[in-house]
Design a binder for this molecule. Structure first.
Ligand code: SME
Length: 163
């Protein structure tokens, strides 16, 4: 399989609109959690040039590092801790324009400046989170939230066969 997610598109909304069908094609027909999450990180990073893309998955009451692309990261995050643990506790996407202003932010890399974390929720249960870091301030906004939440909905349906 050879598929490139790089484009010359600059407008963010247009970029997501171009990306989504290609990504849906990429993950269609595969239901293995690790495989699909791994390719999703790779595709997002390639298309948008994000500094770090990855998943933390809820296992035995903690978030545990899952498939990711980027620098090595912390293994475990407790509920309510950091941006990821807050997204889990509040069951709500966290858009953080400046990680230094987020109380309790967990710095896996000092290069990370802004972050978005989207919880994966099925039937009121958080299964994990999608975490994306940027090495620039204020990278993420409502557009990212809307499209990444759409992606996470699709993931929950496809992999976990829920919702
Ligand atoms: N910054 C996150 C920790 C995970 S890393 O960014 C990969 C947090 O505060 O939860």
């Amino acid at each position: 399989m050879e598929q490139s997610f790089k484009t010359d598109i600059i407008d963010k909304e247009e970029k997501y609109q171009h990306f989504l069908p290609d990504w849906e094609l990429l993950i269609s027909g595969e239901t293995d959690e690790t495989a699909v999450l791994a390719n999703t990180c790779a595709a997002l990073r390639e298309a948008f040039g994000f500094f770090w893309t990855g998943f933390y998955l809820v296992k035995n009451g903690e978030l545990v590092l899952g498939p990711f692309q980027g620098d090595v990261a912390c293994y475990r995050i407790r509920k309510g801790r950091g941006v990821c643990g807050t997204a889990w506790a509040e069951e709500k996407t966290q858009v953080v324009p400046d990680v230094e202003q987020f109380p309790g932010h967990i710095a896996c890399s000092s290069l990370s400046k802004s972050e978005i974390v989207v919880p994966m929720i099925a039937h009121g249960e958080v299964l994990g989170v999608l975490d994306i870091d940027s090495d620039e301030l204020a990278t993420f906004d409502e557009t990212d939230r809307i499209y990444l939440e759409k992606m996470v909905d699709t993931l929950v349906k496809n992999i976990y066969n829920k919702q």
